[in-house]
Design a protein around this ligand. Structure first.
Ligand SMILES: [Zn+2]
Length: 304
């Protein structure tokens, strides 16, 4: 597996036209057993129906629509443009704005915005963010405040800001959750669902994190209030690094993001962070998600 950069030239060589894109999608959705849902013949071969995003079973003529249930299904935008957008979102460090997608793809702003939005959802579904496997080893926990006009204190005075709660396994994945507040009642179930008991956990001195030992974690605290940033193995520098990248990325690419959509951006940045060790594979993982994100993947429609 290549660990080198996935260049735009190799991307274009792999997906030169809509037929190549559609072929990539059907391969991923019918990879296990290309059984026809019409006649039940296993294995069958599907022949491309010219001019449509569809294939036909070689035995019974049953039609298969590989894009059913994907963001491409009801879109008249060529697949090559969707793929180009996927390339841009995975190949850039900060993602791409709707304005930039509009410029690069030559589509309307509205269309570009929708493509970005749909692809962010795809990244979220693929990402470890939604992976039920809990973090373990050594986990850093912290929260941050995004947007709003005022500098406020935690919990109170943070009006207009959206709170993001983050859990980051060192050398592992990050999970970010937009939360309504930072009370123990809100954060405790998220911690318990996402961090394996017995793990080392580092936080700062914020009161909400005070009972982590009782919850079964090996808890260490750094006191930011007295400018203590590292204590032995304990610090929250990695998760803070993720926060600053997220905030810089959002402000440089998107200017600002409303609270309503912030989770999507957290997911997008989390996806890139969690796939950081293999940027060349990131595009293909996103593509692979098209097959997995949609339970109705093998649904076929309009077979007559
Ligand atoms: Zn058939």
């Amino acid at each position: 597996m290549a660990t080198s950069k996935y260049t735009f030239a190799s991307f274009k060589a792999e997906y030169p036209n809509d037929d190549a894109c559609l072929e990539a999608i059907i391969q991923r959705r019918y990879v296990v057993a290309p059984a026809c849902h019409g006649c039940g013949v296993v294995p069958t071969k599907f022949h491309r129906i010219t001019g449509r995003r569809a294939y036909a079973c070689q035995w019974c003529g049953h039609h298969v629509y590989p894009c059913a249930g994907t963001p491409f299904e009801h879109s008249s935008t060529p697949l090559t443009l969707w793929f180009h957008a996927m390339y841009l979102m995975t190949a850039t460090r900060n993602g791409v704005s709707a304005k930039e997608l509009q410029r690069q793809l030559g589509v309307t702003y509205k269309c570009a915005w929708r493509i970005g939005h749909e692809l962010r959802k795809l990244m979220a579904a693929r990402d470890k963010m939604n992976n039920p496997t809990p973090l373990k080893g050594h986990v850093e926990i912290d929260e941050t405040y995004v947007g709003g006009r005022h500098r406020g204190t935690r919990g109170r005075g943070a009006q207009g800001k959206t709170v993001v709660f983050g859990l980051l396994e060192r050398q592992g994945a990050v999970k970010g959750h937009v939360v309504p507040n930072v009370t123990r009642a809100t954060l405790r179930p998220i911690i318990e669902a996402n961090v394996q008991k017995g793990s080392k956990v580092s936080t700062d001195e914020f009161r909400t994190y005070k009972n982590l030992k009782k919850m079964g974690y090996k808890h260490g605290v750094v006191s930011h209030g007295i400018e203590e940033y590292v204590k032995g193995i304990h610090h929250v520098n990695s998760v803070e690094g993720f926060w600053s990248h997220l905030k810089r990325g959002i402000s440089s690419t998107h200017v600002s993001v409303s609270g309503k959509y912030l989770q999507n951006y957290v997911n997008e940045f989390g996806f890139r962070y969690n796939n950081r060790k293999d940027p060349a594979e990131m595009f293909h993982r996103m593509l692979g998600q098209i097959a997995r994100a949609t339970p109705s993947a093998h649904s076929t429609q309009g077979s007559h």
